[in-house]
Design a protein around this ligand. Structure first.
Ligand SMILES: Cc1cc2nc3c(=O)[nH]c(=O)nc-3n(C[C@H](O)[C@H](O)[C@H](O)COP(=O)(O)OP(=O)(O)OC[C@H]3O[C@@H](n4cnc5c(N)ncnc54)[C@H](O)[C@@H]3O)c2cc1C
Length: 486
């Protein structure tokens, strides 16, 4: 059984008992907590897609490890075609459902990093990682990535921080495993996953050896506490006022490790600080491709919602409206095009995994994420001030004043006031709510901030060659092909 159903996924969590706190209270029953219902549903959606025959080509693959059909979230991509499939899947699902949980693709970076370390040091990390991966695939389990540390003073390396726990670290090595202490910040959806995977968040030096650490453990491992922030939507169903927030949402956790034991068979890096740089490069290439595709897909969602609001307002033919929606489409397609190109230009690592082109992926994400935030503002501009001033859902539904609200919510003749009222709420949800905050920070910060894109682009671009070309253009150097016709 390599692909679970939604029901099997939910049942598989019955005996998983992570230590979760939300809003000052310990969550005793994950499956019954109102705080976790949208996050659970998001995870379950992935199981639905993988079981739907119409999406078989998008979100399932055959694993060379188990020789079975496995789902999108537990596959190791081996060629540019599979990366292209990944881009198409994220584009399809994120433009309709907001999220494809694509950041988990970063896990593949440990496939290559463990291989590199073993080649250089004769360790056995890669086989351990393969065993772990096979378990994920065979049982169709979900994992979360704990990459980002709390980090304290950003200008100081882990070992220079006044509090040594601001980056997750090994505090003891034993015969049977290691003891780790510290925390990881902003772990998405942790309470509803089966495994927590930790890895370094930055390039480290020799003085930071204790922080060069990667491992996997069940989410309910003793000593781990998830201090969890509720998802952005309301707890009760408000399908007018929070049409997205009611259905889609993610909890985020500050994950604290208090002397947690990890057996050696689940440790994938322990002290190899000199391999944190390639690890970060591998991670960055996957995450930037995934994030770039996701933000482009969400931009397409913004274009569609804006066009519908323009239609209901009767302004869909206005030149400035059409131009602004076209700008949205252009930016979405630049993001999608860069992701597709990054997949096509991918390189195959000797361990068998395929890595997207880091330069193109970063350039696409940098462009699209900044434009996305701008387009949220444009969506408000086209929808109008009603987005934040309209009467509430309770008034709309009230038998006495509801008809008045309906009368004055009318837009273009032929469209219903209710439809217009619903689309304006959708825009409120996307541009003036806690969901807006999530959409913005997810575009701007998740997967590394825009500055990290610029660093990667500058580092990987062959500027030296272009400077040489400039010398030829300026006649500082001769061009052997430039010969005047005699
Ligand atoms: C919605 C969401 C979901 C997320 N999910 C996950 C997840 O599941 N797992 C996970 O591991 N992480 C997750 N993250 C974390 C994400 O990867 C980080 O937010 C991102 O990498 C930026 O790190 P930071 O938030 O610590 O910001 P910082 O790195 O502190 O950046 C803030 C600012 O400081 C600047 N800065 C940083 N360091 C320096 C320096 N040394 N010198 C000068 N300037 C500096 C940056 O350029 C930026 O402008 C998530 C984030 C979001 C928003």
């Amino acid at each position: 059984m390599a692909i679970k159903t939604r029901q099997e996924y939910v049942e598989s969590l019955i005996n998983v008992k992570p230590n979760v706190y939300i809003a000052g209270k310990k969550i005793e029953n994950l499956l019954e907590s109102p705080y976790l219902k949208t996050t659970l549903n998001n995870m379950a959606l992935g199981y639905d897609w993988a079981n739907d025959p119409q999406y078989e080509n998008l979100v399932t693959n055959t694993s060379p490890l188990t020789c079975e059909k496995v789902s999108f979230w537990t596959h190791i991509r081996q060629n540019p075609e599979e990366l292209d499939q990944l881009v198409k899947a994220i584009n399809h699902f994120s433009s309709k459902y907001l999220c494809t949980m694509c950041m988990s693709m970063g896990l593949g970076s440990l496939w290559a990093a463990t291989w590199d370390i073993d080649q250089a040091k004769g360790t056995e990390y890669h086989q351990r990682f393969k065993n772990f991966y096979a378990e994920l695939q065979k049982n169709d389990l979900r994992f979360v990535l704990g990459v980002m540390d709390p980090k304290g003073d950003r200008t100081l390396s882990p070992s220079k921080q006044p509090d040594p726990d601001l980056f997750l670290r090994v505090v003891e090595k034993r015969e049977d495993g290691i003891i780790v202490n510290g925390a990881k910040m902003h772990t998405t959806s942790a309470p509803v996953a089966h495994y927590f995977v930790a890895s370094p968040s930055r390039v480290l030096g020799p003085e930071d050896e204790a922080y060069a650490l990667a491992f996997a453990c069940p989410t309910d491992t003793k000593g781990i506490t998830y201090i969890t922030r509720p998802a952005h939507g309301p707890l009760e169903n408000r399908d007018y006022e929070s049409p997205i927030g009611c259905k889609i949402g993610f909890v985020e956790s500050l994950t604290v490790f208090d002397n947690v034991f990890i057996p050696w068979e689940r440790v994938f890096m322990c002290g190899e600080w000199d391999f944190t740089e390639p690890f970060i490069n591998y991670f960055s290439s996957y995450v930037r491709l995934a994030k770039g595709t996701c933000v482009a897909a969400r931009t397409e969602m913004v274009a569609g919602v804006t066009a519908l609001a323009a239609e209901y307002n009767g302004i869909e033919r206005a030149a400035h409206v059409r131009n602004k929606i076209t700008d949205m489409i252009v930016d979405a397609k630049i993001g999608y095009g860069c992701a597709t190109a990054a997949a096509k230009l991918a390189q195959i690592h000797p361990s068998g995994i395929c890595f997207p082109d880091i330069l193109t992926g970063n350039a696409g994400l940098y462009h699209t994420r900044l434009k996305f935030v701008q387009h949220l503002g444009t969506m408000q501009e086209i929808a109008g001030g009603i987005v934040t001033t309209m009467p509430t859902e309770a008034d709309f539904k009230d038998s006495e004043i509801g008809p008045l609200v309906e009368k004055y919510m009318q837009g273009k003749a032929g469209t219903s006031a209710e439809e217009r009222y619903r689309v304006m709420h959708l825009i409120q949800d996307m541009t003036a709510s806690r969901l807006t905050g999530y959409l913005m920070s997810s575009a701007i910060c998740a997967g590394g901030t825009p500055e990290t894109n610029l660093v990667e682009v500058f580092r990987s671009y062959n500027l030296k060659e272009k400077k040489e070309n400039a010398k030829v253009l300026a006649n500082i150097k001769p061009d052997p092909y430039w010969k005047p016709i005699e």
